[in-house]
Write a protein that binds this ligand. Structure first.
Ligand code: SF4
Ligand SMILES: [Zn+2]
Ligand SMILES: [Zn+2]
Length: 314
């Protein structure tokens, strides 16, 4: 693929990473990705070798690569696929689920894939829960995020997993950081981390072991590892502000390789120095119905949203 030679064995490289001044062949690239992930997990104390972790898989390149990496590294990693019921004329959720099921078929028999079908569990999937009238894409994505967070926490808690693991890559994290910084959104900045510790009231630890990899690196890992993944993005991600942030960061990266990595790593270093003291998690209390932490008395946002009495009233 490239004119560069692998730094380790001088074979033809499959990827050149100017931000690391590193070109590697397929097998040395796979080795580098897995070793770097292990280092990142250890450095940020994400989880221990004996822990059981739950990988949130979407059918895309990042989460399926992550699952494969963790299994290759010998971790006890099971998968969780949440069928959000998004069709949007392209059967998006159905096709995503097919990629996940197909991937899971080839895993060792002791590796489990949990599937939650929202429509079967709650009578309504994300588009119906978001309501037809109000909001458009923004409302839909915020409902989708809320549902995913609640259900990942619930399942991790009920099944006794030590951490929820998600496939966010560096491009995702840098774009979120860029947006939070543009708005100086301190409450979000203090919470942006590759590790969110667990807390009482059913809040599981959440970690992002791929946050140090560029998107093109996770894509290359998926391709050289023969992982079949859904290439389409969710149809509702079109027009999202984060895509514009990614474009800005990509153009800066093209002129100055390493910009994104520096931006993110410098933030993590600053964060360690507690640049924003005095911003603690708000007081939380148990939801009256599900028991999961909520900032407001009574029912949590998820239980209010999925209240059967509201069905049909939107
Ligand atoms: S883009 Fe799609 S998957 Fe992402 S939050 Fe929005 S609806 Fe959910
Ligand atoms: Zn090599
Ligand atoms: Zn609740």
């Amino acid at each position: 693929m490239g004119v560069h030679r692998c730094r380790k064995c001088a074979a033809d490289s499959v990827i050149n990473m100017p931000q690391h001044r590193l070109a590697l062949c397929a097998s040395h690239f796979v080795e580098w990705v897995e070793k770097s992930t292990l280092d990142f997990i250890g450095k940020h104390r994400m989880f221990e070798p004996q822990d059981r972790v739950l990988v949130a898989v979407s059918g895309g390149k990042d989460s399926l690569s992550l699952w494969r990496i963790l299994l290759n590294l010998g971790f006890h990693a099971d998968g969780l696929y949440i069928d959000l019921g998004i069709d949007a004329g392209c059967a998006y959720s159905k096709r995503s689920g097919d990629y996940v099921r197909n991937f899971a078929q080839n895993l060792a028999p002791d590796v489990r894939l949990h599937i939650l079908d929202l429509a079967s569990a709650y009578g309504r999937a994300v588009p119906e829960l978001a309501g037809r009238r109000a909001g458009g894409r923004k409302k839909l994505c915020s409902v989708c995020g809320l549902v995913k967070r609640h259900e990942m926490n619930r399942i991790a808690h009920e099944l006794g997993y030590d951490a929820i693991v998600t496939g966010h890559n560096l491009d995702d994290e840098a774009a979120v950081l860029f947006g939070n910084t543009l708005r100086w959104d301190v409450e979000y900045l203090v919470r942006q981390s590759p590790v969110l510790p667990g807390a009482a009231l059913g809040l599981a630890k959440r970690v992002k072991p791929l946050a140090r990899f560029y998107e093109r690196e996770t894509a290359a890992y998926a391709i050289v590892s023969n992982i079949d993944y859904i290439e389409d993005e969710c149809p509702f991600s079109k027009g999202a502000t984060s895509i514009r942030y990614k474009e800005v960061l990509n153009s800066m990266e093209a002129g100055s390789p390493g910009t994104k990595l520096q931006f993110y790593y410098s933030f993590l270093r600053a964060r360690k120095k507690e640049i924003f003291p005095g911003y603690d998690r708000p007081d939380l209390q148990p939801c009256e119905k599900c028991g999961q932490a909520t900032g407001i008395p009574g029912l949590c946002a998820f239980c209010r949203l999925t209240d059967p009495e509201k069905a049909g009233g939107q």
